[in-house]
Design a protein around this ligand. Structure first.
Ligand code: C5P
Length: 197
């Protein structure tokens, strides 16, 4: 079965949790594409060379989840040659046998416009910053500024900017617990899978 679930949206909207839950529920492979950009960002040196030479162990580093890695990722993610170097791996993963869930910023718009399911998971910047702050601590105002800065860079870049695909189902998790968000996403996947049977 070739079956792609594309889950896009801004940082800390709940994409990661929803993606892992949907992948587990339907037995699909999962790729967190943000990790590719985070790895390129923290590797340092020339980002294009880093992206072209990315190895599996680079994605297993334990420093990829920090705010700094997120910022570094969004800076290298504006470089078209970096994005181009990562396209093929993501496309292959998306259309691999058995089905796959990919979460990121441009999965439904650029990496896999033919995805059978497209979700756009979002929430207000304040709610997302609060969630991120609960994880990382520190000054909540600074976390909010970081979230807004990254949104602006991700949405404003020329190459593959963050936006909902026209045919994406939008899930706003601002006033939703994670269980409800997962249930909504799973219901969409279930409906599409049923229609194919
Ligand atoms: O999702 P995550 O916060 O891990 O992504 C880190 C950064 O990587 C994002 O802010 C974005 O700039 C970039 N990214 C991207 N395209 C993707 C996934 C992530 O540009 N598909």
């Amino acid at each position: 079965m070739i079956f792609t679930v594309a889950i896009d949206g801004p940082a800390a909207a709940g994409k990661g949790t929803i993606s892992r839950a949907v992948a587990a529920r339907f037995g699909l492979r999962h790729l967190d594409t943000g990790l590719l950009y985070r790895a390129v960002g923290v590797l340092g040196g020339d980002p294009v060379t880093a992206a072209r030479g990315l190895r599996a162990e680079d994605l297993a580093r334990d420093d990829l989840r920090s705010l700094a890695a997120g910022q570094a990722a969004s800076k290298v993610a504006v470089i078209p040659e970096v994005r181009a170097a990562l396209v093929e791996f993501q496309r292959k993963f998306a259309r691999s046998k058995g089905g796959a869930v990919l979460d990121g910023r441009d999965i439904g718009t650029v990496i896999c416009p033919e995805a059978e399911v497209k979700l756009y998971v979002t929430a207000s910047p304040e709610v997302r910053a609060h969630r991120r702050w609960l994880e990382v601590g520190g000054d909540e105002g600074a976390v909010l500024a970081e979230v807004k800065e990254r949104d602006a860079r991700d949405m404003g870049r020329a190459d593959a900017p963050l936006r909902a695909a026209v045919d994406a189902v939008v899930i706003d998790t601002s006033e939703m617990g994670i269980d409800e968000a997962v249930a909504r996403a799973a219901a969409v996947v279930e409906m599409v899978l049923k229609a194919r049977r």
